[in-house]
Ligand binder design. Sequence first.
Ligand code: ADP
Ligand code: MG
Length: 226
Amino acid sequence: MSHMIELHNVSKFYSNKDTVSTGFSKVDLNLDMGEFVVITGESGSGKSTLLNVISGLDSYEEGELFIAGEDTSGYRTEDYERYRKKYIGNIFQDFNLVNSYTVYQNVELSMMLSGMPRSEQKQNIPEYIEMVDMTAYTKTKAIARALAKNAPVIVADEPTGNLDSASAEKVMETLHRISKDRLVVIVTHNYEQAAPYVTRKITMHDGRIIEDKKIQPAAGDLSDDE
Ligand code: ADP
Ligand code: MG
């Protein structure tokens, strides 16, 4: 079985006129469905760049990237677009959330845009809404929309940035729950907040992965008995 996402010795450089700076370098990584991965590390360590390469928003200059077993080395812009459409739910950048809409309306809108038949929409909406607990938080609405897109890979850069701690916990809990049958990858500099929920901690420093650790999430038992 191939991994959902596979990086072999991947490097990302930014070239300006006569300077080249490193986004990250020589990353080896396999990511699988069912994982809730947190990428952490200090500012400028390459977290966002790595997430952007994983989610097909950024190119890479060296190494190999496989997505659902598919080699991306020959990918052009339209291939990356197809990839993002099919696989990636980007919770906090990609969403065109309508704030005045209810969760239901946002989910419905997303399904309409994805071309899902109306009968199927009606069937699926309650399930997606239930999964986010019908909370009114804007960011929870965004998760509902990413779910409605039915993307197997959910990514988020600092999903709890400027949220109060109760809302942040709610978002982590939801991400934890949906990661059961998806791959969730988030970036945060606040590891403590994510720690009870994640299954894997990746730490970056100076563009390198310096630690890659599987974790048994403390919250693991909580959401199994629903
Ligand atoms: P983090 O998300 O961990 O704060 P980034 O991935 O944003 O780190 O940045 C990693 C490195 O890549 C930093 O040294 C940063 O200056 C550089 N970098 C990021 N984006 C660009 C860009 N658009 N142009 C040039 N350098 C960049
Ligand atoms: Mg960043």
